[in-house]
Design a protein around this ligand. Structure first.
Ligand SMILES: *Cc1c(COP(=O)(O)O)cnc(C)c1O
Length: 829
């Protein structure tokens, strides 16, 4: 009907009206997808609409890019081995403000937006919280108009796809690129060489100064794939640059004796394998050479790119780096940046060591994400030497100077020197990446108040005593755009009409909900939204698992990576206890509950995989029991990812945040649940502490030992058996619950399958599950009682959302910008 003449072409590319968008989708179906109408599927519409939406970001993207190429403002570079971005289409429609237009445009073409959105293969380029945090931070940086580049790795295969077969986790490759990726733009012309292996040589330069050159065994290159990161309601459109490895055709063969040529080729790691697959990193770090190469690869490409922008494009001297760029290391994965930046400054640019060191420290910041000793990265010295010989020399020199500084401040304290050294001597020599990151950064932060305090008193205590001014806390946050507006359209609409839409960019505005907490009419609307979300999740679970859940029941949800410290098995012990109670007393009335679990276990993590099997075994038994299933059902949602997270968080009445105190650095799932009106049952761990402070103790179900008590119990020689054998404080119920698991009740009589789990709890219990059991079950009984008071529960639910403002990633990013990065807003026109 509408006729577009030449003057309107731009509108078909960039126009935000329904007709323009519809025309753009049709054009992309014809020109980009190239299939006749008779074979078009919703997936083709997904790609065509995505390309049309990307077109709509393009002018903003170029204007934003030009603004930071001009370096009129300082730029944040967020270096992270993981970006768990989640589906892009819905989020980009939201941030551009064209959801309604897209829905209408597709409807005009006979398609349903939701069906098309469901076609997206999400880029699962992360394991869990750490990668998702990086994604939330990119959203906030763009929305707050801060110039920023995310730098990471374009894994060809992201986190594995989880299937459940006979109750066990089965891993399938995540082939997310099979249908192409409409969001990225490949830029093979933006590429950098990355060296590997070999040896070093000293020489005197023209000025007679001592220099070192690195003769690598292998060279590959990284090419950039850029994805636009559109801010919400602003023109700022930042960039996520992901590096992909390629072979270099013109490999410098003359570096080898001719006789070594074929051996050299044989020894070569095939270049493309470097960015092939994401490591499931919840496993203990076992020096994996390819993982070190991945880290070095993306860090080297990123640093070369940053220096290219600074020196070649902006024409500034390298000394200006700290004034122009703030580089943040997301955990130790990119911490080789300390040595690589020194190499680029000293070896390739000829700077004096002291000047190079000043620049490096002033540019870098380091975020620590874990206190678990087994998760702290170290690299065996021999492997490091073989892989990055020049970097090892540089690390030795950093270490020498650093230990001199320590010795000057703490004379005679050789034990301290041993503890602080960048080189560990404990189980064979190794490079300690957390120490390298700390020494090479002007700012070090933890990710929740408790975690930051524990950092200063445990793993980084010595460093805190040396440089107290470097340490700060930056409590994590989550983006309210994705995790409320996009994931929970029902609540979004209710909030918009109640407090106005300002909450999307100022989450503290949710406080204005407080006066409605006791308003019966509002409470009814609040419950209707929650019920619809529960029905939506119940549908999804029925389709994907066959388990039927009643949306009127209490939805009690624990979704996160499966790990002993997160204690999904404590949750299972509570379920087993309720099962036991109902079996003992068929007249018992309890608040009917749906227990929902989800999460992946690292493929090599024996206990975690057995916990998944246990959850599924308990689910099968409970759901099939005619007495018990009147009051409880259990479901395990397969393949927990960002896409189904959108359905899960908004459907929770109760959020399970039950890690052993002192083990969860922050958690962000806890915040997503709170934002969506769930009440939390939790320990004083990670950000739970601050959530409880914000919402008030009376609106939070607290249980369990504190971090200090955990340490005391352990120091006194913790004996889990004591908690089983006693007849007070839940001992009898604990015994019964463990016996049910051990005696085959949930496994058709098989007494072997869960023996390793039960034995681990009975005889070792490293995460104090049994010590917290009684307190947890008593707290769950309080939850049960509270659920019976509908108005009271609704009030608490409303207050949880109302008081969740602190946990916006906008707050977190503002703190990083103000305290660490010194990066201010730049309005793009
Ligand atoms: C938020 C999120 C996580 C982190 O959850 P925690 O409960 O903080 O461990 C992991 N995976 C996905 C998909 C998420 O969205």
């Amino acid at each position: 009907m509408t006729h577009f003449d030449a003057a309107d072409d731009r509108d078909i590319r960039a126009g935000l009206h329904t007709d323009e968008l519809r025309q753009a989708v049709e054009d992309h179906l014809l020109y980009s997808i190239g299939r006749p109408a008779s074979v078009l599927t919703p997936e083709h519409y997904y790609r065509a609409l995505s390309l049309a939406v990307r077109d709509r970001m393009q002018e903003r993207w170029m204007a934003s890019t030009q603004a930071f190429l001009d370096l009129s403002r300082k730029v944040t570079c967020y270096l992270s081995a993981e970006f768990l971005m989640g589906p892009q289409l819905g989020n980009n429609l939201l941030n551009l403000g064209i959801e309604r237009q897209a829905r209408e445009a597709l409807a005009a073409l006979g398609h349903d937006l939701d069906e098309v959105l469901a076609c997206e293969q999400e880029p699962g380029l992360g394991n869990g919280g750490l990668g998702r945090l990086a994604a939330c931070y990119l959203d906030s940086l763009a929305t707050l108009e801060r110039p920023a580049i995310g730098y990471g790795i374009r894994y060809e295969f992201g986190i594995f796809k989880q299937e459940i077969q006979n109750g066990w986790q089965v891993e399938k490759t995540d082939n997310w690129l099979v249908n192409g990726n409409p969001w990225e733009i490949a830029k093979p012309d933006v590429n950098y060489p990355v060296q590997w292996g070999g040896y070093t040589e000293a020489y005197l330069d023209d000025g007679g100064d001592y220099r070192v050159r690195w003769i690598p065994r292998q060279v590959l290159k990284g090419i950039s794939f850029d994805t636009p990161i559109q801010g919400y309601g602003v023109n700022t459109c930042n960039t996520l640059t992901l590096w992909s490895a390629r072979a270099i055709e013109s490999f410098a063969l003359d570096a080898f004796n001719s006789g070594d040529y074929y051996r050299a080729v044989e020894n070569e790691v095939s270049s493309e394998t470097v960015t092939k697959v994401l490591y499931p990193n919840d496993e203990p770090e076992a020096g994996k050479r390819l993982r070190l190469l991945q880290q070095y690869f993306f860090v080297s490409c990123s640093l070369q790119d940053i220096l290219h922008i600074l020196e070649d494009l902006a024409g500034l001297p390298v000394a200006a780096l700290p004034e122009q760029f703030a580089l943040q290391l997301n955990d130790t994965h990119p911490s080789i940046a300390v040595a690589e930046l020194m190499r680029l400054l000293v070896d390739t640019r000829g700077l004096a060591w002291d000047e190079a060191w000043r620049i490096t420290v002033a540019t870098l910041g380091y975020t620590n994400h874990t206190l678990l000793p087994e998760a702290l990265e170290t690299w065996p010295l021999a492997m490091f030497q073989e892989s990055l010989p020049r970097h090892l020399e540089i690390i030795y020199e950093i270490n020498r100077r650093f230990l001199d500084e320590v010795a000057a401040k703490f004379p005679g304290d050789t034990e301290r020197l041993r503890r602080m050294s960048l080189i560990g001597e404990d189980n064979g020599k190794s490079v300690r990446m957390a120490h390298l990151a700390t020494v090479g950064s002007h700012a070090v932060n933890g990710v929740a108040a408790l975690h930051s305090e524990l950092l200063k008193s445990s793993v980084l205590k010595d460093f805190y005593e040396l440089w107290p001014e470097r340490f700060s806390n930056k409590t994590n946050g989550v983006t309210p755009r994705r995790f409320l507006a996009l994931a929970n359209p029902g609540l979004r609409a209710l909030l918009d009409t109640t407090v106005g839409p300002g909450w999307l960019t100022d989450l503290s505005k949710l406080r204005e909900l407080e006066p409605f907490a006791d308003d019966a009419a509002f409470g009814a609307k609040w419950r209707a939204v929650k019920r619809a979300n529960k029905a939506r999740l119940a549908d999804y679970i029925q389709t994907n698992t066959g388990v039927e859940l009643n949306p009127d029941w209490l939805f009690d949800i624990q979704v996160k990576r499966i790990h002993e410290y997160k204690r999904q098995h404590l949750n299972v012990l509570h379920i087993a206890t309720l099962y036991h109670r109902l079996k003992q007393n068929p007249d018992l009335q309890i608040a009917p509950r749906a227990f929902v679990f989800g999460g992946k276990a690292a493929p090599g993590y024996f206990m975690a995989k057995r916990i998944i099997k246990l959850i599924n075994a308990v689910a099968e038994t409970v759901n099939a029991d005619p007495v018990v299933s009147r009051f409880m059902k259990v479901a395990f949602v397969p393949n927990f990812n960002v896409q189904n997270a959108h359905l899960i968080y908004p459907a929770a009445d109760l959020s399970e945040q039950i890690s052993t105190a002192g083990k969860e650095a922050s958690g962000t799932g806890n915040m997503k649940f709170m934002l969506n009106g769930a009440l939390t049952i939790g320990t004083l761990d990670g950000a739970n502490v601050e959530m409880r402070d914000e919402v008030g103790a009376e609106n939070f179900f607290l249980f369990g030992l504190t971090e200090g008590e955990v340490e005391k119990v352990k120091a006194a020689g913790y004996r889990p058996g004591d908690y089983i054998e006693r007849d007070i404080d839940g001992g009898a119920e604990l015994r019964a619950a463990l016996d049910l698991i051990a005696d085959g009740t949930f496994s058709a009589g098989d007494t072997d399958v869960f023996r390793p789990l039960v034995d681990s709890l009975r005889f070792d219990d490293p995460f104090l599950v049994l010590a917290d059991y009684a307190s947890y079950v008593a707290c769950q009984d309080r939850v049960d009682a509270a659920w019976h008071n509908t108005a009271g529960w609704t009030r608490m639910s409303i207050l949880n959302t109302a008081r969740s403002g602190k946990f916006s990633s906008d707050r977190a990013i503002t703190e990083y910008c103000d305290d660490i990065w010194d990066v201010s807003a730049l309005t793009v026109h």
